[in-house]
Ligand binder design. Structure first.
Ligand code: ZN
Length: 168
């Protein structure tokens, strides 16, 4: 039997994380985001419920993953190990919709013991609610999509200037 490619362990970034249990080659399948396929309407409802629960528990725990224009995957189930994949500003995997399944594949060679990291790509709009503590070089401080990083930096620079001006 093939050795499992990953293990769920405590992460220095946040809660539990997913770690490579053996070297993984660039382009290799790592794991699938398992869960229940739900409509966008159901997804909005569950997303709000999960966000409320997360705020009460003080953790970031919304497990809805976008599948396509019509459906999402609710991965809030114990059997879904992929729900433990942490966000980082520097990543080593990507998620793709392959035949209606969300699969994570390595974007570079990953060494045994390395944490599997993915960019959650949250919308810029509510960035303040999603601070990033990945500690990677080039961490932008918040969980946003790669293409929004420059915009985010401009917003943060403007905010710093305002703060400075109000202290004068
Ligand atoms: Zn970061």
């Amino acid at each position: 039997m093939e050795q499992k490619k990953y293990a769920v362990k405590k992460s220095a970034i946040h809660g539990n994380g997913v770690f490579a249990a053996r070297p993984i080659k660039k382009g290799e399948f790592i794991l699938e985001y398992l869960g229940e396929k739900i409509s966008k309407e159901e997804s909005n409802k569950r997303g709000l419920e999960q966000e409320e629960a997360a705020q009460k528990n003080g953790g970031g725990a919304v497990y809805i993953f976008e599948l396509d224009d019509e459906f999402d995957i609710d991965g809030n189930f114990e059997y879904n190990d992929a729900r433990f994949i942490n966000h980082a500003c520097q990543t080593n995997c990507e998620a793709e919709n392959i035949g209606g399944k969300i699969v994570f594949t390595a974007t570079r060679d990953i060494a045994e013991g390395e944490e599997i990291l993915y960019n959650y790509g949250y919308a810029l709009e509510h960035f303040m609610r999603h601070p990033c503590k990945c500690g990677k070089p080039g961490c932008v401080g918040y969980i946003v999509a790669v293409e929004d990083r420059i915009k985010l930096k401009k917003i943060l620079a403007r905010m710093r200037k305002k703060k400075f001006a109000s202290h004068k």
